[in-house]
Design a protein around this ligand. Structure first.
Ligand code: CTP
Length: 131
């Protein structure tokens, strides 16, 4: 069985999120998703996600293409997560191109193209203009 792993915040779930998860799953037989914690997002962007981590995890786990979900609590633990979940393939969006090549010693690393024209940040900014 080929096991695939990917990571992300997946806040305000949108079509770009669904498409990358479906394509990640199609690369193997089992997909594990590390959903980044509220704290990790706050540390990186100085704001909390709109949807709290428990809800983001439940939404991802509810998808047909996802087999398993866990909370990603630190960027520094990526290698550990890959090992623990016995991943054969790490999938990342091409916005991360090259940044995870160090894990090629642990598994195959694949960068997939992002879906054009949609992002959580754009959605938040668009909704703000309605207020
Ligand atoms: N992703 C994608 N296409 C998009 C948006 C995201 O393929 N249009 C992928 C990212 O490359 C990543 C995963 O979805 O692998 C989770 O991305 P995330 O950062 O949570 O979503 P964004 O919409 O990019 O959020 P933000 O605008 O806050 O960066």
């Amino acid at each position: 069985m080929k096991r695939v792993i990917t990571f992300g915040t997946f806040d305000i779930f949108h079509i770009g999120h669904l498409r990358i998860l479906e394509r990640a799953r199609a690369l193997g037989d089992h997909l594990t998703v590390g959903v980044s914690s509220d704290k990790m997002n706050h540390d990186k962007k100085q704001r909390y996600p709109i949807y709290p981590q428990d809800e983001r995890m439940r939404i991802i786990l509810g998808l047909k293409c996802v087999d398993e979900v866990f909370l990603e609590e630190s960027l520094a633990l990526k290698g550990e997560y890959i090992r623990t979940h016995k991943a054969d393939v790490l999938v990342m969006g091409h916005d991360w191109e090259g940044r995870f090549d160090e894990f090629r010693s642990l598994c195959e690393v694949v960068y997939l193209p992002r879906t054009q024209g949609v992002s959580t940040t754009d959605i938040i900014n668009q909704v703000k203009t309605y207020a």
